[in-house]
Write a protein that binds this ligand. Sequence first.
Ligand code: EPS
Length: 397
Amino acid sequence: MIRYFTAGESHGPALSAIVEGMPAGVPINSDEINTQLARRQQGHGRGGRMKIETDKAEVLSGIRFGKTIGSPIGLVINNRDWENWTTTMAQFEKPDAEIAKISIPRPGHADLAGRIKFGFDDIRPVIERSSARETAARVAAGTLSKVFLKALGIEIGSYISAIGPAAEAAPDLRLAELLSQGAEAVSKQADLSPVRMLEKTTEAAALAAIDAAKENGDTLGGIIEIFVTGVPLGFGSYVQHDRRLDAALAAAIISIQAIKGVEIGSAFENARKPGSQGHDEFLLDKENGVTRKTNRAGGLEGSMSSGQIIHLRAAMKPISSLVSPLLSFDVETLQPTLSRFERSDTCAVPAAGVVAEAVVAPVIANALLEKLGGDHLDEILQRLNLYRENIRNTFRT
Ligand code: EPS
């Protein structure tokens, strides 16, 4: 099974990740991780930091001659901004220079609970590790699983359906066509847009909304649509809470900084409908076996993959570092005051879509490994093909 950890402070020397459990034989092109890191840096509404960084991952272990060798994969992404923070973030000797302590927590951020929980006399360490800068390391780590899955015919993609008040009225007409080519086709199309949207009218409204928010010292959240194509039915399990694939996917998405909601399929709309209109009826088809006209369940039934496209939706809150201050207080003096501004983005929803793809990948990869096992890509592909063939034979009439 694949496990990974990240380390690194936002303004420390580097971010790093260790990915353990990646099967051997997965071809990894050196550009693959960096392409995903560059995608994560894009998007209208990003702040000054993205002008400083050009994220590149160095691979320290686990890959030989362009293929994984089954051993832990070490990844490092240097922070170019570190050179501006060597005093504030000095690792050993406390510098002689006076370093201003931060004592005013930003509402909506980790600042207050982190400061009290860890017993700091300064909010700085909380800001450093809770920062969404950490998602660069997660994208690097998750890309390995994404590449592994792609080699097995399983693709992950995303696009943005809402930013602040700019929300698409209905899914773009091209969505079904793009998904029929595989979920990465959705991402490719979305990546052509500065807000990763498919629908042009919504894109224009989103760009205007971000510009207005920036002007007002405000921030915007939004909604991310995530798809996984090529997953056969029966990954995950209903037999125990920790084997449920829907729960694992929801947990992975919620673990992304600033994500406050996850929906599977059209769950919230379904909740307002009677059962007769809230499911995906089976249709038997001579050519394709079992088919459905709808995918309200988002490709997950009984906590297992249903064989339909997995569709997740994530709600990102507006970033909690605002130029326009919110009401706060000073933790040292207990005096009410306005929150301080920490350099940030106006909107990072497009980037969060790329992060969502990356965190979903190891969950799907693990569901696959749990079902089929295997230590080498070829062995796993053989098993998956046999499983797919068995499913096809079951439905052959
Ligand atoms: C972030 C604050 C900003 C963002 C950062 C997330 O960082 P800084 O304070 O250095 O300007 O730019 O995002 C990234 C650095 C990144 O790579 O995504 C925060 O507080 O979460």
